[in-house]
Design a protein around this ligand. Structure first.
Ligand SMILES: [Zn+2]
Length: 66
């Protein structure tokens, strides 16, 4: 049985991914047709790095690196 941590959904604001830690916009643009797998999302505000999957403009946080 798989018991992984639940995948948090990443908020997209004004076309940019919002950092789940500090809630500020990152400089990662998310288009409605953006597709990405295991994308490293870096927040320049709090220096957090998240691995995210993006499918059809929906972002899911896979894990947090630091
Ligand atoms: Zn942040």
């Amino acid at each position: 049985m798989q018991n992984r941590e639940k995948c948090d959904k990443l908020v997209v604001k004004d076309g940019y991914a919002v950092c789940p830690v500090c809630r500020r916009k990152t400089n990662q643009a998310i288009r409605p047709d953006t597709e990405a797998k295991n994308l490293q999302l870096w927040c320049r505000s709090c220096k957090a790095v998240h691995i995210v999957n993006i499918a059809s403009g929906q972002c899911y946080v896979i894990s947090r690196c630091r």
